[in-house]
Design a protein. Structure first.
Length: 631
């Protein structure tokens, strides 16, 4: 399909962005709806394929039932001449397979965020009786903001549509296929749970758990083998998080999560302190080149032949094994007696020193201790503000202690900052609340509003809801404070230090904004311009802008202070007797911006402050009751 080609006078082809199976995928522009879309077009060599057309039909049928921001929407199913095409939502990003390859290792928080969105999409499908059956990273899109969207429902099973069910074939992607799919058994929502577990495994390790020399070989591994340990490949993974993968990929349905929501709930708490000492799950397995991720349809006869062949091999192997077992037993018995003697001699007569493993990861500390012939017998988490989370604080016994060989060591590990429950400070005095919050470690920011309904310094709102669990040392809280004193004149702050002006703003409950520029009128650290200008009436809670000099070393960016005096003419009105004056100026040398609104009842002279670079001129526009009167 050539760039610029227009399908049905509506969809303009921009570029080819992918291909797979029976389709080519194009980025296109929907001229009717003024939006970018993705168009899948059946390849020329598959235009007569009823299977490809059914794939499109079923995808549209499935997604039309679903409304989720985490499912890529299908907009149109149409035909242009002999070309059948499917129009779907365009996601500006990449598929999850590429994302893993480019970004691994991925932070645990990011992994959980991706999986939570993916599970929400699958839950939406399951809630409408739709089983995806082909969940894999290639069918998951992630945009530049981290939003996840599931796509390709072409082989989804709609429970009420028997026509979608295939009884003589195994459908799905080999690396992510559930044991029941591999054996041609009934597919349920728990089959999608298994695929989600494999995707989570890949996010945490950067690779799929099973590989082999043929699709059938890989499919059978899903039915007979446990997943390799995740923690051995990624030391940041907790046992609770690995358990989520283990339970999601259990071979028996009774051991597996019964729903994706159960999996999500378990996933979201997997990194909590309460689950740090969780034991590893173990489930019994029922007796029964890297693939490119393309969806495969396997003949069940191939799987049955594979199973029968391995049964015959097993009987032959058992006879030979009995003879080998007897000879091996004699050798082992001799080695065991010798080993007992050496073990007791080495264990009870050799002493080792506990090494320093502070600030190491749990995995590295375990290896260092193992090299010193010591064993980690327990991991104890504790809140700590000095050592990063999941790093070792120390050991018990402490470093330097002489220990018997192969003694157990307790690792003391940082659990990070302790979270506290946010109190309700509404109605409290800002001084007492600020003292309490800063003592706990919060950063407190305040803003003021004029309100005569409350006593001055009363807190009217807070940015963090009461009851929220937060870590004080990493959190800023904004407090809005009431003030009810008004009408004082702006002081002349020119020449004062930044600290002096901030103290003035604090005493008068002003919200201050500071800019730093090179200036020749004041030395570094001194205020050389202010807004509003000296003498204007202010109220508590008003905003004050200050320009602080950085000195005059940078002649190119040197600024000068200018005060323009303007006489505002009063115009008599019938009702209130006041003129509303609105002023716009280029006070910082840029474009004109709103400067100030004042009310006058007589001719009034004001001073407009400017901070300008060389060759910049002061500009202003002044409106009286909405009419432009001078510029």
């Amino acid at each position: 399909m050539e760039k610029g080609y227009v399908l049905n006078d509506r969809y303009k082809i921009i570029d080819k962005i992918g291909e797979g199976g029976m389709v080519n995928v194009y980025l296109s522009y929907d001229m009717k709806e003024n939006r970018l879309v993705t168009i899948k077009i059946i390849r020329i060599d598959f235009q007569g394929s009823q299977k490809a057309k059914r794939h499109f039909k079923y995808e549209k049928l499935a997604i039309n039932k679903l409304k989720s921001k985490h499912i890529a929407q299908v907009y149109d199913l149409n035909q242009s001449g002999d070309l059948q095409y499917l129009v779907t939502e365009y996601v500006d990003g990449q598929d999850l397979k590429n994302y893993i390859q480019k970004h691994y290792p991925i932070s645990i928080d990011k992994v959980i965020a991706i999986m939570a969105q993916l599970i929400d999409a699958v839950y939406e499908a399951h809630s409408h009786g739709i089983i995806h059956r082909d969940l894999k990273p290639q069918n998951v899109l992630i945009d530049k903001k981290g939003v996840v969207k599931v796509t390709d429902f072409g082989i989804a099973l709609i429970e009420s549509q028997n026509a979608l069910t295939q009884t003589n074939a195994v459908v799905g992607s080999i690396h992510y296929i559930s044991p029941e799919q591999a054996l041609g058994k009934k597919v349920t929502t728990q089959s999608d749970v298994y695929s989600l577990g494999i995707i989570l495994y890949e996010l945490l390790t950067g690779k799929v758990p099973f590989d082999g020399d043929s699709p059938v070989n890989i499919a059978m591994k899903h039915t007979k083998e446990n997943l390799p340990s995740i923690i051995e490949q990624n030391s940041l993974v907790t046992q609770a998080l690995e358990n989520v993968v283990i339970k999601a990929t259990a071979k028996k349905l009774t051991d597996r999560y019964s729903s994706v929501l159960d999996m999500k709930e378990d996933l979201l708490t997997s990194m909590s302190k309460e689950r740090m000492d969780e034991a590893k799950l173990h489930f019994m397995i029922p007796k029964t080149e890297i693939d490119d991720g393309e969806t495969k349809v396997l003949d069940l006869k191939d799987l049955n032949k594979y199973h029968d062949h391995h049964v015959d091999e097993e009987h032959e192997y058992k006879d030979k094994y009995r003879i080998f077992k007897l000879l091996t037993l004699i050798v082992i018995l001799f080695a065991f007696i010798s080993g007992i003697f050496l073990f007791f001699n080495f264990t009870f007569f050799t002493r080792v020193t506990v090494p320093n493993v502070s600030n190491m990861s749990i995995s590295k500390a375990t290896k260092v201790l193992k090299k010193s012939h010591l064993i980690v017998s327990k991991i104890k988490y504790t809140y700590n503000t000095d050592v990063a989370v999941n790093k070792v604080i120390g050991t018990n016994p402490a470093k330097g202690t002489k220990m018997i060989n192969h003694s157990g060591i307790v690792l003391k590990v940082s659990g990070g900052y302790k979270k506290v429950k946010m109190d309700n400070y509404l109605g409290d005095s800002v001084d007492s609340a600020e003292h309490s919050l800063t003592t706990m470690g919060f950063t407190v920011k305040k803003s003021y509003i004029y309100d005569t309904s409350f006593k001055s310094d009363t807190i009217l709102s807070q940015s963090i809801r009461p009851g929220t669990l937060v870590e004080p040392h990493n959190t800023t809280i904004n407090l809005v404070v009431a003030v009810n004193t008004r009408n004082f004149k702006m002081l002349n702050l020119i020449g004062k230090t930044e600290e002096q002006t901030r103290n003035y703003a604090k005493e008068n409950h002003l919200n201050v904004k500071v800019f730093y520029e090179n200036s020749k009128s004041q030395p570094a650290g001194k205020v050389y311009q202010q807004s509003p200008s000296t003498g204007l009436l202010l109220s508590y809670g008003d905003e004050v802008e200050l320009w602080v000099s950085k000195g005059n070393s940078d002649n190119k960016n040197l600024r000068r202070s200018v005060n323009v005096s303007v006489k505002l003419p009063y115009k008599k009105v019938d009702n209130s007797g006041l003129n509303k004056i609105t002023i716009y100026s280029n006070k910082d040398g840029g474009n004109e911006k709103f400067y100030r609104t004042i009310y006058i009842n007589k001719d009034t002279t004001i001073s407009i402050p400017y901070s300008l670079k060389k060759n910049q001129k002061p500009q202003y526009r002044i409106y009286r009751n909405g009419d432009l009167i001078m510029k």
